[in-house]
Unconditional design. Structure first.
Length: 330
């Protein structure tokens, strides 16, 4: 088919010297087939580079951004690599860059100094040799700096950035239910005046309804806010995934005051088939085999001669109270 001028071939990358592709790119009058038959070459030949490898401008721009101390040139034709290395050496002459062009299968030894020099800047410059202090250490242009946190941006050539995170979660339950349950856990929940239902938790984490079947959690990332956002996310996923928890929370979140006695009664009834609550006296009678226990919600005490039964009841009570107690953030 190479003898038909209606046919053509397009080379999309670099062709190594002394290969059949490199020979065809030179447009000879005749070529040899794989069967060692000489045939005329009349088809069209084109070369369009789809290579992701960078040229001198791309490589030097990359070096300018990263400012590395050592540069290793690999994966290129020998003559082209030599010309690139010569051009880079000329461009970065006098700067702290070492450029290597290793042969195939050869190793490169890059010295790594053990001792590092740290420059104390700003208020830190007056600290004594054995004096204890607190500060931030930064690496910039192969030099280490120690500075106080409030002087870092002025004393050290670094850029401080903020990371804002957004997380979309599927949530097919009522947003009012989510709000009431969040208020039962956190005492810093604020309803925002916006076209879509939205909440702000401790003025840091925003929760919004999206499209009726999703909620969006947004926050500025830092250790405290990340932890808060994780707990909010866990609550959303728990309400969505666990029908029993959903019904339980739906029953207890309709009033500002949580019915902890009712929740404890439901959980004890799930664990012990013979459980008898008394709303008037706020007590729960639990029977297990030949043992009887009386839990007094007002005093928080459990009366029984069966120590194992006492520990099981107190474990349920402790779990409920620890989960429903509002979180305080300083």
């Amino acid at each position: 088919w190479c003898s038909d001028p209606k046919n053509g071939v397009i080379f999309t990358g670099y062709s190594v010297e002394n290969t059949h592709a490199q020979n065809v790119l030179k447009n000879p009058q005749f070529v040899k087939t794989q069967g060692d038959v000489t045939v005329p070459l009349r088809m069209s030949i084109s070369n369009i580079s789809f290579s992701a490898h960078s040229d001198f401008e791309g490589t030097s721009t990359f070096i300018d951004i990263l400012d590395p101390a050592h540069i290793v040139l690999v994966h290129g034709e020998r003559n082209e690599m030599s010309r690139l290395m010569e051009a880079l050496n000329k461009r970065y002459d006098g700067l702290s860059h070492t450029i290597y062009k290793p042969e195939n299968c050869s190793s490169v030894n890059i010295p790594v100094p053990f001792n590092k020099i740290v420059k104390m800047v700003g208020k830190m410059s007056g600290k004594g040799v054995r004096e204890t202090f607190s500060g931030l250490i930064a690496l910039s242009h192969h030099k280490y700096y120690v500075s106080s946190s409030d002087e870092m941006s002025r004393q050290v050539p670094v850029v401080i950035s903020n990371v804002n995170q957004t997380l979309n979660l599927r949530f097919s339950q009522s947003f009012d239910l989510l709000e009431k349950c969040l208020r039962s856990i956190y005492d810093g929940v604020e309803r925002l005046s916006s076209p879509t239902p939205s909440l702000k938790i401790y003025e840091e984490v925003k929760v919004s309804e999206v499209g009726g079947d999703k909620v969006r959690v947004e926050w500025r990332s830092n250790p405290v806010n990340d932890t808060l956002a994780d707990s909010v996310t866990s609550m959303v996923l728990q309400i969505e995934a666990n029908p029993f928890t959903n019904r339980l929370l739906h029953g207890c979140c309709h009033s500002d005051q949580l019915d902890t006695f009712g929740i404890i009664s439901k959980l004890l009834a799930k664990q012990f088939s013979l459980s008898f609550p008394d709303d008037l006296s706020q007590t729960i009678r639990v029977e297990l085999d030949d043992s009887v226990a009386i839990y007094n919600h007002l005093s928080g005490e459990t009366e029984t001669t069966n120590e194992d039964l006492r520990q099981q009841i107190e474990g349920v009570v402790h779990t409920v109270l620890s989960v429903l107690e509002p979180v305080q953030l300083s």
